[in-house]
Design a protein around this ligand. Structure first.
Ligand code: EPU
Length: 416
């Protein structure tokens, strides 16, 4: 099995461009099932998860063509299959996002239940609550879940938690439903706004994306269009932490700075200089890293997807930092690996107490999920010796060319 090796690296310097957002591209690819004409997506990141979603679309009867680097053409005019195979669902939870589009386009959908994963049980009750409110019948047996409806009719849906996936799935189901759907306590993430703006280009009528109330007026049919995926705010944040932790000076390009406000605020609290300039952000590290506290929250709060990377950084801040994870129940799998590298972290329920240490030391470690993997790469940049990271397929699921990009900034990182 291939591993990523990271050696003690000099302070990172230079410019790096953020790729398109994985968590925008995945629902937008799923939403492409709703279009009846050609769709061109630009700035699609080159990732394992994107490959899997393209496989899912193809298995449902869509034509998917890679036109160039980052450019994908999809034609879903003849989709004919409403069943997502277990083998694809088990590769990636986000495959569940095709349920909403299939239900509204074909009147039925069937898939295997996604099951748990390394960051928690991750139920899908809110997705199903939305489908039921629109009039779907839901059945679950033998590990499968199916939904069908002769017609979907818009309704008011209140989400008990602003789930990103449930908001996306319900929007996608509602675009072709009869009448108006109102989603209250909807997720407000930038990826929801990107999905809505894509669907509106295809002819949907969605208002309020980015606020907690989203209104979707059903239309008869969606056409095609061209859409560019927004930059990946989590990839950008990960590079920003790489600059901070190595005492570097890097400029991250292709960033929407309003999407990364909490990351910018926390890096400043830690003592870094962060200079925003249009669609780029410069992060200058410091030798005197100060402790801080973080509580993960739905957008616009601090993103859970940056929690692990910040924990690596906090391990080297002088003093005590606290992280409270409120979004996922079990997102501390990176802690034991960081401890093997010399970090001093204690877990108490959903809180982690991090006592800063003077340095980290290399060790063979395992990525338990995508962001945990990124946290270990960051630790490797400053640990003395060679850090060997296993289970790197997690990293490849969400970071487009991570070692090329970090190498260009001066990091010593390679595969073996
Ligand atoms: N939840 C429920 N019921 C549901 C759905 C969610 O209780 O029906 C709970 C989950 O168990 C979790 C919380 O709500 O505790 C948040 O889950 P959410 O549905 O918002 O997350 P998601 O849609 O499954 C997306 C991203 C994640 C990111 C979260 C939160 C994609 C493909 N995934 O997941 O990204 O952490 O939103 O921002 O968009 C990653 O990129 O590493 C990643 C895990």
């Amino acid at each position: 099995m291939e591993k990523i090796m990271v050696e003690t690296s000099p302070p990172l310097k230079g410019k790096v461009r953020t790729s398109g957002a994985k968590n925008s591209a995945l629902p937008i690819l799923a939403a492409s099932l709703l279009g009846t004409e050609d769709i061109i997506l630009e700035d699609v990141p080159n990732l394992k998860d994107i490959e899997v979603m393209c496989e899912v679309l193809t298995s449902l009867g869509a034509k998917v063509e890679i036109l160039d680097k980052g450019i994908i053409k999809i034609n879903s005019s003849n989709i004919n299959n409403y069943v997502t195979r277990y083998e694809l669902m088990s590769k990636m939870r986000a495959s569940f996002l095709v349920m909403g589009p299939l239900l509204t386009r074909l009147g039925k959908t069937k898939t295997s239940l996604p099951g748990g994963c390394a960051i928690g049980t991750r139920p899908i009750d809110l997705h199903l609550k939305g489908f039921k409110a629109l009039g779907a019948n839901i059945n679950s047996d033998h590990g499968n879940i199916s939904a069908y409806a002769e017609r979907l009719i818009g309704d008011k849906i209140y989400l008990d938690f602003p789930s990103v996936g449930a908001t996306e799935n319900i929007i996608m189901a509602a675009v072709l439903a009869e009448g108006e759907t109102i989603i209250d306590n909807a997720a407000m993430e930038p990826e929801i706004v990107d999905l809505a703006s894509f669907l509106n280009k295809l002819g949907a009528d969605i208002k309020g994306a980015g606020t907690s109330t989203i209104r979707v007026k059903g239309v008869k049919k969606l056409g095609g269009g061209v859409h560019s995926i927004i930059p990946d705010r989590i990839e950008a944040g990960t590079f920003m932490v790489a600059s901070a932790i190595t005492g570097g000076d890097i400029i991250v390009e292709n960033v929407i700075t309003s999407h990364i406000k909490p990351v910018i605020a926390k890096l400043k609290e830690i003592g870094c200089q962060v200079i925003e300039n249009g669609d780029s952000v410069r992060v200058i590290g410091t030798k005197n890293l100060k402790p801080t506290d973080i509580k993960t929250l739905p957008y616009p709060g601090f993103p859970t997807d940056m929690q692990a990377q910040f924990m690596t950084l906090m391990s080297l801040c002088k003093g005590t930092s606290v992280v409270i994870e409120t979004v996922f129940e079990n997102r501390f799998m990176h802690v034991d690996e960081l401890k093997r590298m010399g970090a001093d972290i204690k877990i108490d329920g959903r809180s982690a107490i991090i006592q800063g240490v003077d340095n980290l030391t290399s060790a063979p470690v395992k990525a338990s999920d995508l962001r945990a993997g990124a946290a270990l790469v960051l630790a490797g940049l400053v640990a003395d010796g060679v850090t060997e990271i296993d289970n790197i397929y997690h990293i490849d699921r969400g970071y487009d060319g991570i070692e090329e990009k970090l190498s260009k900034l001066g990091a010593i990182i390679y595969r073996k």
